[in-house]
Design a protein around this ligand. Structure first.
Ligand SMILES: [Zn+2]
Length: 213
């Protein structure tokens, strides 16, 4: 069986997402790219997370051809486009978390209301242009708005996060969801103060150095 360890990790993350209310039903998808073998393990389409077994996980090459497992998620290209073009990404999570998706419905940039936003690689998280789910256009829009970053909102849909490992992508998802929640809650009772660009520049640099050590 190809990529057995990656398959197990994907299931582990899916169950964690379910437990932490970062997904509902079969929404969202998770992938890991094995650079040595040049193939990807990714969640199959339409399978509930809690019944997933390693055999179900789809194994595809970078052209999207199925090598083993069930039919991959309809958002496959949104993952592959990053693996084909970015050497700094080896894992991606796409999710429909409530607060990040709420921001995406407003089609607004998530600003620096908390310094933890820097975990996404910059002072804010951009919202990619709308396109139909599962389309090549959506994959491209998401890719463009995540350039040099590790998180992006998808208009009226959800969020993508990426990392060198699946644990890193998961941590970014949790933190960005938290920042989105802070922004939405504080906006209910006033105008939240956004950290200024100079301060955020310092923090983003610090985060980048930290993640390298
Ligand atoms: Zn989706």
């Amino acid at each position: 069986m190809l990529l057995y360890e990656e398959r197990k990790k994907i299931i582990e993350i899916c169950l964690k997402m379910k437990k932490k209310n970062l997904t509902n039903g079969t929404s969202g998808n998770v992938s890991i790219f094995n650079r040595e073998l040049n193939i990807v393990a990714i969640t199959p389409t339409g399978e509930p997370y809690d019944t997933l077994v390693p055999n179900d996980i789809s194994i595809v090459n970078l052209s999207g051809e199925l090598l083993e497992g069930k039919k991959p998620t309809t958002e496959l290209e949104m993952h592959l486009i990053n693996y084909r073009n970015r050497s700094d990404i080896s894992a991606i999570i796409h999710a429909h978390t409530i607060y990040a998706t709420t921001m995406s419905c407003l089609r607004k940039t998530l600003p620096a209301i908390d310094y933890m936003i820097a975990i996404g690689g910059d002072k804010d998280v951009l919202c990619a242009k709308y396109a139909t789910y599962g389309s090549l256009e959506l994959a491209e829009n998401a890719y463009i708005s995540m350039k040099d970053r590790y998180a992006v909102l998808l208009a009226n849909h959800g969020i993508n996060t990426a990392g060198q490992s699946i644990e890193q992508a998961y941590n970014i998802l949790v933190q960005i969801e938290y920042v989105a929640q802070l922004y939405i809650l504080s906006s209910q009772i006033g105008n939240p103060v956004i950290l200024d660009d100079n301060e955020m520049k310092k923090i983003v640099t610090r985060f980048k150095n930290y993640s390298r050590t």
